[in-house]
Design a protein around this ligand. Structure first.
Ligand code: ADP
Length: 368
């Protein structure tokens, strides 16, 4: 009897795709396959769930709209598998930074037919709770410091104003003003992050002479730090205009030049060079900001672009900052079809801001 039933139901083999997708769900890790010309050929259900995209929506579209790899590949030559951090672009605008492994896909004849990018989501999911509580603790800490000063100095002034000289009262009022400005900056940064993540920022793209903005920003930063550093600006001749939103460009330059001074307290200069570069058939303008400060360890060169990432060194602890500036700067640069990268050695760091020299649609990043 049992044998008869077996004979009447023909065995249907599962396809490699079904099996691979189940393995992906079992391990809570996901993958994206792409063809030789970088078009998406498959998207596992774990990635669908994480990003909000469906396989039908993305199949055949260029991978650059869904992920990019900011770091150079680390290739294991024995297995042909490379590892790197990739940034996945979710449908709602979130950017998810995940460790990945990449391997070629071979056809039946053993020829490379595309590639599979495997995302290690498991650790990311575990990290989300940790990240959320870290976020709350960082924001609370950053808010508490200026609030404590404002409360303390305002109460002292209220209680003892009559005993204070005018000079002392003014000194306390200045502290209150500075701390209120610090609070305002933090709230502005938090709002900028939230608008970037939900794609609600407005951009007015127009041709801009970048050197003018670099020079003005350099003067502002010099005076903010009481001319402790000379910011030396040089530029190539006959630079083309860049097509960007001028306010956002100023925001990025201010952050990068301010960091260059802030993280080089022992130095007395920062160099900014604006040059024309070619990438493929595209012309770009590069703003290169070089400082002679504490530098950044190689393993942290990608980490610094994450939200709230402040490196653990005595200077970060002493200086004011939220760890949002570079996240905002990289995001703005990429939305404006540019890019931002960091290099560092023992004698300081160099940040390179790449900007487009022609019009494009906002968010349509052709950098990668
Ligand atoms: P913030 O300066 O507010 O902390 P950023 O996002 O601008 O935040 O920078 C993130 C972290 O990267 C800083 O806290 C610092 O540890 C490191 N960093 C940024 N710029 C430099 C630099 N020029 N030299 C050394 N470290 C830097």
């Amino acid at each position: 009897m049992a044998e008869n039933i077996q004979e009447s139901i023909p065995l249907k083999l599962h396809s490699p795709w079904q099996i691979l997708d189940s393995v992906s769900r079992c391990t809570q890790n996901g993958f994206i396959g792409s063809s030789l010309d970088n078009k998406i050929t498959c998207l596992s259900s774990v990635i669908e769930k994480l990003t909000g995209w469906t396989q039908d929506e993305v199949a055949g579209r260029d991978v650059k709209n869904f992920y990019f790899i900011p770091e150079a590949e680390l290739l294991d030559t024995s297995s042909g598998v490379s590892s790197q951090i990739a940034i996945l672009l979710a449908k709602d605008g979130r950017k998810l930074s995940l460790p990945t492994r990449q391997a070629p896909i071979y056809d039946a004849n053993g020829n490379v037919d595309g590639k599979l990018l495997f995302f290690v989501v498991d650790s990311y999911n575990k990290d989300i709770d940790k990240l959320q509580s870290e976020f709350i603790s960082t924001v609370s800490h950053e808010l508490r410091t200026p609030i404590t000063s404002i409360k303390g100095f305002a109460s002292t002034l209220l209680q003892h104003r009559k005993q204070f000289t005018e000079e002392k009262s003014n000194k306390y009022l200045k502290i209150i003003k500075d701390q209120a400005e610090r609070l305002a900056r933090l709230v502005e940064d938090l709002l900028a992050c939230s608008r970037i993540d939900s794609q609600k920022l407005q951009f007015t793209i127009q041709p801009v002479q970048v050197t003018n903005y670099v020079e003005t920003t350099a003067l502002l930063v010099e005076s903010k730090y009481n001319n402790s550093h000379k910011i030396i600006v040089t530029s190539d001749k006959d630079l083309p205009d860049v097509w960007v939103d001028a306010d956002r460009l100023e925001q990025i330059l201010t952050n990068l030049i301010d960091n260059a001074v802030k993280y080089s307290p022992e130095a007395d200069k920062v160099e900014v060079h604006v040059s024309k570069t070619e990438k493929g058939d595209k012309e770009r303008v590069t703003v290169c900001i070089r400082d002679y400060g504490i530098g950044i360890e190689e393993k942290n060169l990608t980490k610094i672009f994450n939200k709230f990432s402040r490196l653990d060194n005595p200077l970060s602890r002493q200086t004011e900052g939220t760890g949002l500036g570079l996240y905002i700067s990289l995001s703005l640069a990429r939305i404006m079809n540019g890019h931002l990268s960091a290099e560092s050695g023992k004698d300081g760091s160099t940040f390179k801001l790449y900007l487009p020299t022609e019009f494009y649609e906002v968010g349509d990043n052709t950098w990668d």
